[in-house]
Design a protein around this ligand. Structure first.
Ligand code: PGA
Length: 252
């Protein structure tokens, strides 16, 4: 059975103190009323990972970086390597987010190096894909997203591919308040799973969690998560409020 995952992506928000406060709040409500069968992950800024990791019940809440370097180590001023992320206690790293692709020029070639380093260091990549508005309007979203996957994680060996969590995030839905409809989400998730099955076989495809991201909130999460191929969410804005985040965790 593939895992249900709800991962917060705090992006470039919260000071260290605010982040720890948020993590502590999430931790206590997850302990009190969090759905036991949902894997909960907090994607924090690099500066917060260690403290957040130390502030939560590590058997209930995983911690994720939002990026890692494309190089293992060395003279790359300002970069944070996958090994460094791992050494904090984090278990996950978000890679290929559309904001990184768009604002920081992350190409498939760069992402392949990052994914390889994440896997070498035992981090689970939460690998993002998703189309911009003009592609959706042209109706070519399926080909666009599958190509993103073919250029990246579909190049992995089967054993490595099985370690990946995929997040489908239509760019036009991120931070816009404009969520994909439940039909749009299910259709793309199904297309992604079918493409995985064609590449790695149906058994492998059935085990990969595919999260939806893009203005997912306490109001729409239940409807989105009810789809057979939607295995949870990657949550931006709504992960910054513990009360909203817990409602999404409990939306199954
Ligand atoms: P959002 O962001 O929930 O604020 O739309 C999602 C994401 O970018 O991961």
């Amino acid at each position: 059975m593939r895992k249900k995952v709800v991962a917060g992506n705090w992006k470039c928000n919260t000071t260290l103190q605010e982040g720890v406060e948020l993590a502590v709040a999430v931790n206590s409500i997850v302990a009190e009323k969090g759905a036991k069968d949902v894997v909960v992950v907090l994607g924090t800024p690099f500066t917060h990972i260690t403290k957040v990791f130390e502030s939560v019940d590590n058997s209930r809440i995983g911690v994720s970086a939002q990026n890692c370097a494309a190089e293992a180590k060395g003279a790359f001023t300002g970069e944070v390597s996958a090994a460094m992320v791992k050494s904090t206690g984090a278990g996950y790293v978000i890679l290929g987010h559309s904001e990184r692709r768009e604002y920081y020029g992350e190409t498939s070639a760069i992402l392949n190096k990052k994914v390889a380093l994440a896997l070498e260091n035992d981090l689970t990549p939460i690998f993002c894909c998703g189309e911009p508005l003009e592609i959706r309007e042209a109706g070519s979203q399926k080909a666009y997203v599958i190509q993103q996957l073919e250029e990246t994680i579909f190049q992995l060996s089967e054993s490595d591919f099985k370690k990946i969590i995929v997040a489908y995030e239509p760019i036009w839905a991120i931070g816009t308040g404009k969520t994909a409809t439940t039909e749009q989400a299910q259709e793309m998730h199904k297309d992604i799973r079918e493409a995985m099955a064609a590449k790695f076989g149906a058994d492998v495809a059935a085990e990969i969690s595919i999260l939806y991201g893009g203005s997912c909130n306490p109001k729409n999460a239940a409807e989105l998560f009810a789809n057979p191929d939607v295995d949870g969410g990657l949550i931006g804005g709504a992960s910054l409020k513990a009360e909203d985040f817990i409602q999404i965790i409990n939306a199954y």
